[in-house]
Design a protein around this ligand. Structure first.
Ligand code: GLA
Length: 385
């Protein structure tokens, strides 16, 4: 994105130039709803990002401006203090406030600053625009005020913001990918230990492409409910196996032992999670061997699990998934939290044009909505420009 416009706007509003920072959205190849269960994920940062221009203003207030927000619905400007009682009402400003508050809770109080936020991560598309915003603000504040947080702490700060100021009890995947992204590599992250390894990803003869249903998802109650299902099952398993703290620590056999103690819904959701954690490990082995067709079949299995067991799909996503299958696409599935947003597709080069044409035309015919298509480019994480 060309940041000269927001820099010019910053000068117009606040009288001087500011420093520019960016942090990206993410894709996730496989491993969904596993992060808050201590499992593995395989995300990568992408070339769609949030940008900010920022400058300390010598007061204890924040003056913020977000030109991309829909002007009919929310204010573009927001001015707020940084004490707990000062929470702004504009949603975009709550993220900025939340990050600063979480930093203050760790004993590093943030003074006042001016900030403009902009970006090209589609909102509600499952590409983690919120985490990109949290990471961008976190990285910028850390650098501007020399707060001394490392990237792990910045990712955790973003996650805590989501929990405490947005209300989504998310895992660590999105913020981690936004902070740790590396050009050309996916990140195989163990969400229990936070150990990670870069996983070079350049599937010869294949492309990764996202198709956005343009049915916006808003994560909240439904997401948190799924997390609670998993936690109830962990509590039931831990009665006999106290070492189980997360579903990652449990096996399908141990899950079976509690089948009469937990609800059918909690059971089937947990079954999906335990299967998905193993599926990711299997898929990494297939990717190492370069067997993209077999890895793609795992993605279809994930979609089926997310749709039928975890029930976070929707008719629009299922339709795009079916269309991919009909076109012979190697792998396809709903990506991210679900309930709308994108499918991620691993497509042989020779099938790419036909698939995109068929999927977008059939989708529009079926739902009267124009789907959006994004080729995935894997880029670096949070940084100063
Ligand atoms: C959202 C959350 C992540 C993760 C995914 C599902 O993106 O923010 O923490 O749980 O959903 O894998």
């Amino acid at each position: 994105m060309d940041t000269s416009k927001i820099q010019a706007k910053f000068k117009e509003l606040y009288g001087a130039e500011g420093a520019v920072y960016t942090s990206p959205g993410r894709i996730n190849l496989i491993g969904e709803h596993t992060d808050y269960n201590g499992g593995f994920v395989l995300p990568g940062a992408i070339d769609k990002a949030i940008y900010c221009v920022i400058k300390p203003n010598g007061t204890n207030k924040v003056r913020g401006y977000a030109p991309d927000e829909n002007p009919d619905k929310v204010a573009l400007n927001s001015e707020f203090g940084l004490e707990e009682a000062d929470k702004p009402k504009e949603r975009w400003a709550q993220y900025i406030f939340g990050v600063a508050r979480e930093m203050a809770k760790k004993g590093r109080k943030v003074p006042g600053f001016d900030i403009i936020i902009s970006g090209d991560v589609p909102l509600g598309a499952g590409m983690s625009s919120s985490a990109a915003l949290e990471s961008c603000v976190g990285f910028a504040l850390n650098d501007q005020f020399a707060l001394g947080f490392d990237r792990f702490e910045l990712a955790l700060t973003g996650q805590a913001t989501e929990h405490n100021y947005v209300g989504v009890k998310c895992g660590i995947m999105d913020q981690f990918a936004s902070c740790f992204g590396k050009e050309g590599s996916l990140i195989r992250l163990d969400c229990r230990s936070l150990e990670y390894e870069y996983f070079p990803f350049d599937p010869k003869g294949y492309k990764l492409v996202l198709i956005n249903t343009c049915v916006a998802h808003m994560l909240g109650g439904e997401y948190n409910e799924r997390r609670e299902s998993c936690e109830r099952v962990v509590a039931a398993i831990a009665e006999k196996h106290p070492e189980v703290k997360l579903l990652r620590d449990a096996s399908l056999d141990w899950l079976k032992e509690v089948s009469s103690k937990v609800s059918a819904v909690d059971y089937i959701r947990s079954e999906f999670v335990i299967e998905e954690i193993q599926r990711l490990l299997d898929t990494c082995e297939l990717l190492k061997k370069g067997d993209y067709e077999a890895a793609g079949r795992k993605m279809y299995e994930t979609h089926t699990g997310l749709s039928l067991k975890y029930t976070v799909s929707c008719p629009e996503l299922d339709f795009l998934n079916e269309t991919a299958k009909e076109c012979g696409v190697a792998g396809s599935r709903v990506m991210g939290g679900g309930f709308g947003g994108c499918t991620i597709n691993l497509v042989k080069d020779s099938l790419y044009d036909g698939f995109i044409q068929k999927a977008t035309e059939a989708y529009e015919k079926q739902f009267g909505i124009k789907a959006k298509v994004y080729d995935v480019v894997i880029k670096d994480g949070a940084r100063k420009l």
